[in-house]
Design a binder for this molecule. Structure first.
Ligand SMILES: C[S@@+](CC[C@H](N)C(=O)[O-])C[C@H]1O[C@@H](n2cnc3c(N)ncnc32)[C@H](O)[C@@H]1O
Length: 223
């Protein structure tokens, strides 16, 4: 990877990418729920009327799932087009349009029962990835829970956007983590691990056409 690209440029490239592909993403994933086992595990620890923050909310599939169950859902995403496609499909709902690195500009400490970040944190450069755990820890209430995914690997790279493959340009910034990296980050906070599952992504849309492993982790903030 070009060392001159700043973290903010990496994130900005991700935002532009999702603005470009939002319509197609919405068609394929706007209402499609997968990984139900992880969702259900998350729900086991939710209080009634829980306040849930979804980081990288995309085109709203998670909103439709949790809203139907009566939870208080807020989405956050920095792609204007992902947001407008979400609203087209699901109608308007609480949705903050901003970069998740600026999370604490929007939310007070101890304001959420749960944070959900599925298939989104892998677009954060290392420093941002580490900092977001600290921000999430702060905005969670005591005993609050956090479900996130990471993709197993080492380092960062620019990859083909699956929806823009014909361009042949490596446009999408990805950052991979080892299981040890994640353990080190989690150990910085009073998080208790509640659940973990590994999923091998074999679909055509898998990044760079390579098989990748996505890990789902559910942790709880110990008060
Ligand atoms: C692969 S999509 C997943 C969307 C949704 N979580 C889902 O599972 O359908 C990744 C989403 O994360 C958002 N995203 C990536 N980096 C972000 C950042 N730094 N701040 C806010 N949103 C971000 C993208 O705009 C995109 O909507």
């Amino acid at each position: 990877m070009d060392r001159n690209i700043t973290d903010s440029n990496k994130r900005n490239g991700v935002r532009i990418n999702y603005d470009l592909i939002a319509k197609q993403y919405a068609e394929d994933f706007g209402t499609y729920i997968e990984d139900l086992d992880a969702y259900e595990e998350f729900e086991k620890y939710l209080v009634k009327d829980a306040q849930i923050l979804d980081l990288g909310a995309g085109t709203g599939r998670t909103y439709s799932y949790f809203n139907a169950k009566g939870y208080q859902y807020t989405g956050l995403d920095f792609s204007k087009e992902m947001k407008s496609n979400a609203f087209e499909i699901h109608g308007e709902f609480p949705y903050v349009l901003d970069d998740m690195v600026d999370l604490k500009k929007h939310f007070k400490e101890k304001s959420f029962d749960a944070v959900f970040a599925v298939y989104s944190l892998f677009h954060l450069p290392n420093n941002d990835f580490k900092n977001i755990f600290s921000d999430i820890y702060d905005i969670l209430k005591p005993n609050g829970i956090f479900l996130f995914t990471y993709q197993v690997g080492q380092g960062e790279e620019m990859v083909d956007e699956p929806y823009l493959k014909e361009n042949g340009k490596k446009v999408l910034y990805m950052n991979y983590q080892s299981n040890e990296d994640i353990e080190k980050i989690l150990n910085l906070f009073s998080f208790k691990e509640l659940y973990r599952k590994e999923k091998i992504e074999t679909s055509e849309a898998a990044i760079n056409n390579n098989e990748v492993t996505t890990v789902f982790v559910l942790v709880q903030k110990i008060s």
